[in-house]
Write a protein that binds this ligand. Structure first.
Ligand SMILES: *Cc1c(COP(=O)(O)O)cnc(C)c1O
Length: 372
């Protein structure tokens, strides 16, 4: 699905120098590369504060801890997402409230958000799924009217941007109160292990987030609030510093691969190519097709796997059907769009190193299966 080795070889020199420097300085924890990377990412995003942490799930948890939510407070998020989004809500004793997504864009549906608001609702977590931004203009408008926090889960959309109707352009994660991202190796900006970051323009929140990520202290061994231990390794920061200057180029390459798939599959009636949402660009963390009912997904996957073509299903089981999240508010059939998507989606290989030959090979075999 990804080719991290070839990507590394293109920037090997910069990465190796960065890693060696950390080793030479033995600055493994909170070394200078972490601070520099945070500043460089702040500049790239146009946001006041980037606080690096251990992974994207921690980023979401720390964000939620920083808002002073109380057990039982309701947090609205998408029914079609990676588990981490709902997991941290549940873990903190908050109440996850799931809402439907748009069947074409896979993104959280603002009308469903508004319909799910109760007096207990405190926050909305839009997920910028697969690489494009949720409809943030509508979501921020709802948040303003109901006085709710907005935490953007931008783990899949780093580098994407969104254009408001007044012409203002903002990067994914920099529109709500807090943005949360992940540097998991296969993400659009991936390190060589785990990593994550939290973004905010709010000075007070930023201070609190820094404390929470560091055992609730701002002065060593003085713990003012309950925190956790969540740091980005200096080695990972050094790797990310080498990769960040290439992020836009990486996202362009993903778009080129997506355009190739679109050209080949656009007119095939058994396949629905990914719909571009309004006001956002797409950074194609995933290229996700919807298969018509006439195609057997597992059979197609097996056929492709035999030709050496990996595919993935993001996600096969919706949150409300997961054992850990079974909830009598959400019986089977409660989210028909999400349930249907889970049965019909198929993600193709998508990364920065896909050659024309590889794309052609993948497409030919997908078409070969359909026409067989
Ligand atoms: C990857 C991902 C996360 C979690 O990131 P980790 O670094 O793996 O903890 C959260 N939300 C979404 C939508 C993701 O894709």
């Amino acid at each position: 699905m990804v080719d991290l080795k070839s990507q590394y070889l293109q920037i090997k020199n910069a990465v190796d120098i960065g890693i060696q420097e950390v080793i030479d300085q033995t600055s493994f924890i909170k070394g200078p590369a972490v601070q520099r990377f945070q500043e460089e990412l702040e500049n790239y995003l146009g946001v006041k504060h980037v606080i690096a942490c251990a992974n994207g799930t921690d980023a979401l948890q720390i964000a939620m801890m920083s808002l002073g939510l109380k057990p039982g407070d309701e947090v609205i998020t998408a029914s079609f997402t990676y588990v981490a989004t709902a997991e941290v809500i549940a873990l903190l004793g908050l109440k996850p409230v799931l809402v439907e997504v748009n069947p074409n864009t896979f993104l959280i549906d603002p009308l469903s958000i508004e319909a799910a608001i109760t007096p207990q609702t405190k926050a909305i977590v839009p997920v910028h799924l697969f690489g494009q931004c949720a409809d943030m203009e509508a979501i921020l408008d709802i948040a303003n009217r109901y006085n709710l926090f907005v935490i953007e889960d931008t783990a899949q959309a780093i580098g994407a941007s969104y254009t408001f109707s007044d012409g203002t352009v903002k990067k994914a994660g920099c529109m709500g109160n807090i943005g949360c991202t992940s540097f998991f190796p296969s993400k659009n900006l991936g390190c060589f292990g785990d990593g994550g970051a939290i973004y905010t323009d709010d000075n007070v929140l930023a201070q609190k987030i820094r404390m929470i990520a560091n055992h609730g202290q701002s002065i060593q061994y003085h713990h003012d609030i309950i925190g956790i231990n969540s740091r980005l390794d200096t080695l990972q920061a050094a790797i990310l510093r080498a990769k960040l200057p290439h992020l836009d180029d990486y996202n362009t390459k993903r778009n080129e691969a997506a355009a190739y798939y679109d050209r080949v599959f656009g007119d095939i009636k058994e396949l629905k190519i990914p719909t571009r949402a309004a006001k956002t660009n797409h950074v194609f963390h995933q290229y996700t097709l919807q298969l018509s009912k006439s195609l057997n997904r597992e059979d197609l996957r097996k056929y492709l796997a035999e030709k050496g073509i990996p595919t993935m299903v993001y996600y096969p089981l919706p949150l409300h059907k997961q054992k850990a999240y079974i909830d009598n508010r959400y019986p089977e059939g409660h989210f028909p769009i999400t349930e249907e998507l889970c049965e019909r989606v198929l993600s193709l290989p998508m990364h920065t190193e896909l050659s024309q030959e590889q794309l052609e090979y993948i497409c030919n075999h997908v078409l070969g299966y359909i026409n067989k």
